[in-house]
Write a protein that binds this ligand. Sequence first.
Ligand code: G6P
Length: 612
Amino acid sequence: MCGIIAYIGTRDATPILIEGLKRLEYRGYDSAGLAVISDGQVRVERAVGRVHVLEEMIQQDGGLPGTLGMAHTRWATHGAVNQANAHPHMDDVEKGHGIAVVHNGIIENHSVLKKYLKDKGHVFQSETDTEVLAHLIGELYKDDLELAVQNALKKVHGAYAIAVMCRKEPDTMVIARKGSPLMIGIGNDEYIVASDQSAIVAHTNQALTLEDYTVARLTRDSFRTTTVDNVPITPEIQELECDLGQIELGDFEHYMLKEIHEQPEAIRRSMQGRIDTATGNVVLGGISDHANELINARKIVMIGQGTALHAAMISEYLCEELTRIPCEVEFASEFRYRNPIVEEGTVVIAISQSGETADTLAALHEAKQRGAHSVGLVNVVGSTIARETDSGIYLRVGPEIGVASTKAFIGQVLVSTMLMTYIGRRRFLSTEHVDRLLGQLDRIPSQIEMVLQLSDHIKDAVARYINRDNWLFLGRGVNYPVALEGALKLKEISYIHAEGMPAAEMKHGPIALIDEGMPVVFIATRNSQYEKVLSNIEEVRSRGGHVIAVATEGDTEIASLCKEVFYVPDTMEHLQPLLTVVPLQLLAYHATVMRGHDVDKPRNLAKSVTVE
Ligand code: G6P
């Protein structure tokens, strides 16, 4: 995905755009660019690398004055990472109108359109699909930018959030969305357009989220929204709940570390008003209108990608244990193209931090089309998945900025736990069982606080293995997805190769990898599979592997088998992931800092991937 920020108003646009780009940088960060209209010209600067490179370039060139402008931070989809492919893109140099476009998404029919435009004499400067759109708008432009954008979008297939301006209309900006997020922040005689609220809240808390297929025309003191067929749409203005403190680093060195430490508070906030330990009730307003569909479900299918998929895998254990409804978990990207069986009574649950992941969204569409009832477990309020599901539960863990997901994972597991308890209670779970579960859940935030105190111990342990390039993460049962998550965290930010798998699976091949001193992390808490995990630990030890265990407090037996033990407090088996994942997050964090990599913006990644 990419980040878009645009400004029209009375203030100098460039500082606002640069600041906005920095806030949106987590959405993509291989190159960045900015354009303003000043003195009847569109002036563009683009740079490969982070936003600060662009900022320095603009300063060296004497600044870019102007009160209408747009900027973009890129995560490459079409074309290499270079200056020519960075946004904004312009229409034709020779016969163009000075039209600049920033875009997040993919224009799927760009090749056909490019050929059509080339035949008409257009000359392209980049390999991007976005430049094709800029030329198309230019081709259709007849002194009305709004109309040209509307007409161009009628010819386009794919996903887009765009902002467009034209040298000939220095008081107008046109924006549009289909499939990629875009918001308008409404200030006094100014508008700030952005991919998400993090770039808006510093300026105003009044905003509107554009719906798909909406085009908006903004001037300095008014705006109107229409469909691509120019039918007016009445927008709904909302008050943003996020404040600056939630998206600033504060005393932490990295967002990831801040977000790991926010987990106890995030869980408390997410549970607030939803759990009544006195009556043993789970109250979930977002699904109560559809309780019957859930309680009577014949099958639950959970979908997601990346970390969200791991949360879904944990939910599968919770679902079977607490509801006894058959449950399947699938990568959304696979579900989508597999001709899946969706029968009457199928409920599909989409898990997503951003609510914008293209694979998850596409799978959701597929499931809905086949008649499934859909539920979203989503963090970002008002996001596409949240809006397109029949019912849902927000994670309420606050904005997550670090690219590696931490508190959202905890939120996803927590919300699934509440959902499965809600369904289970209405099916067969006894009040005693629910009371015990909710009582233990209530203790999780303070237990995570205890686990966070292990940070220095984990750092010391990591230092001993920091030169090892291959790690294994093993667990059984509900801690198997935690092993996958531990391995994903380590590889995605430290670039150390790590594999997660069921502990028993190791002996069917991966055991060949184990040599003297190889770090093997076991999630070995006391639960129904504990004894089996001990046997797997022995198998690793006898081949020279060094065992690092996440174990239950008070388990002295395991210490003699391991080089390192990270103790977590005791809790019910199905709640253990909420604790066992935390040392693994810290492990990945410390390894990355020690290796000198960018914790919050790992290479090649983006916070959410809005292309399939
Ligand atoms: C990307 C991110 C992952 C994230 C996944 C799903 O790959 O790098 O951290 O888990 O997308 O994102 P979602 O927003 O749907 O949870």
